[in-house]
Every structure is written in structure tokens, then in C-alpha cells.
Design a protein around this ligand. Sequence first.
Ligand code: AHG
Ligand code: MN
Ligand code: MN
Length: 335
Amino acid sequence: MAWQKRLTLGEFIIKRQRDFQYSTGELTRLLSAIKLAAKVVNREVNKAGLVDIIGAVGAENTQGEMQQKLDVFAHEKFVGALSNRGVVCGIASEESADFIPVDSGENDGPSKYVVLIDPLDGSSNIDVNASIGTIFSVYRRVTAVDRSVAPADFLQRGDRQVAAGYVVYGAATLLVYTTGIGVNGFTLDPSLGSFYLSHPDIQLPKRGGIYTLNEGNYNCFPKGVKDYIKYCQGAGADRPYTARYIGSLVADFHRNMIKGGIYIYPSTRRAAQGKLRLLYECNPMAFIAEQAGGLATDGFRRILEIEPTGLHQRVPFFCGSLEMVQKAGEFMRNA
Ligand code: AHG
Ligand code: MN
Ligand code: MN
């Protein structure tokens, strides 16, 4: 299909705005701000080897992880784009210990939305030119609009998300998002600077041939996960599955969305709650997976039904093709 016939992301967002009852265009402006920040981060990622953006800042984030320059850059760009446009009333970021209240500025009135974001996912892949990403999640605030935002506005169950999405800065740059009526993907044409609809109504295959986890941690995995890996490896030439692991959740998740597969970051002996963050990584990916016909659990419970207790809380994560996640759940229950 010629690009002239494709919808741009901007056109698509406006078209979808009509699907929302009482829509004021606020969510449209919010998604446009995310789109803009994604382009700015993409520009920097694309010349990462040429400018002084590779490597560590020399500081740790609130979870004791070494911050990379691109982590900080992406955090600043997303927070800047969202707060300068007054499209949110608060932001929580993986790179910030506490949430950030935002004034409504010159806008029509205070915004009712909060955004939770992993500005740069896959930090360990920055220096080696492998795919990295951004993950975001949008909620309606639950406290009164004329007050400053409070923890309760951010600590909401995943099934209350209004929108969620991710950007993959890969071979091509792709933005995939949902507002609860299916999942759509848009590819950036770098020469035009516009995202075009390239993956309409993505459906996650009910079962696939890929299992994705860091098998280097095998000895520390719970028995159910070990058993499930053995099941995937099968016997001899009949082995039904193959393993793929990039180490960037966004890239690993996106591949499995398209091809069918399961992504697992389980609890380990060293990290009882695994590594991934419920609010910045698991909830948005779970919402997207379910909207595409897939499933996400912590091995036992649906991710979207977990009641959050802390901004940076972690959770074991099993996500992807419906039948594969259900099968892994069987192994967890029977272990
Ligand atoms: P982040 O770069 O935002 O800290 O996230 C990294 C996450 C995730 O993207 C990836 O799937 C996982 O860490 C990889 O962890 P291991 O290196 O332990 O496999
Ligand atoms: Mn991440
Ligand atoms: Mn990150």
C-alpha cells in the first residue's frame, strides 16, 4: 500500500477520539505529546554512537540500578513533553523516586489524566546498538481535580488503564498502543517524520513457537518455570519451541506479539518478585496483550487485577499467547 493511502498516527488518534463518549480531546492531546517525545528520543537513539549519549551517568536510580545517559535523556524528554503541554496532572517514571505533580498551565482546565512511564526500556542494549524502547500507561485520576495528585491516582489496578503503549526503537521505529478497543501499530517514516499505520488491529496468535526468558538464571527459577522450560524443549527432533531473548522487554514482547510466543520474567531465588515493574512495564504490556487476545499473569493471578502497593513494585511476569500463558500457569500450580 502506498504511504499516501495510509493513515498517520495523528489522523488515527483523532478518528478514534470520536469513539469515546464525552471525549474532550484531552486524551488526543496527551497521545500527541507522547508521539512527539518518542520522535525526539528516536532522533537521539539513531545517532547514539556519534554524540555523547552512550554510557552511564554515574548515578543510580531509586531501585539501585545504574542510570544510563539515555535513561535520563528519555525521562526528561517525556516528562517535558507531557508537562509543558499541560496534558497530564501527574507523571510517575521509573527514573524518578516519587511521582511528579504537573500544573495545568495555560490549558482549558486541569487535566484528569496521569501517565506512568518506563522512558527507556532495555538499558543494557543501548551500547550495543540492539533494540530498546519506551513503555507508557495512562489512567484517569481518582482524587478531586482541584487538588494536587496523590499516591492513589498512581496506585491503580491495571484494569483501570485508559490507554497504554510502547515504542520500539529497532530496525524501524514503531509505536503500538491501545485505548481499550484493539491494538494498532504505527511505523515512523524517518524521511517524513510521521508515524503511519502499518499494523492495524494486531492479534496475538493464540499459540506460538517462541519462549522468551533469561535462561542464565535457570538455577534460581521456581520449579514450575523449570518444568515449563523442559516442556518447551520437548524431546528430540519434535521440539516444538525455539528460544529467543533480546533482553529488552519491549523488543521481546513485540516479536512475540507478531509471531506468537510467551515472555517470562519469573521470581528468582535472588529476586522474589522478579525484576519487572508492575506499574511501568507489566500493566501496560498486560493491557496490550489482552487487547490483542493474549494473557498476562504473575504465574497465578491476572496481572491487571493486582492491587498495587508501591510505585516501583516488581512482579513476576508471564505474558503473550493465551494458550501458552495458560499452560505455563498449569505448570506453576502443579509444581
Ligand atoms: P530497564 O532498562 O527499563 O531497566 O528494563 C530492563 C528490563 C527489561 O527490559 C528486560 O526484559 C529485562 O530487564 C532484562 O533483564 P535481565 O538482564 O535480568 O535478563
Ligand atoms: Mn524497562
Ligand atoms: Mn527503563
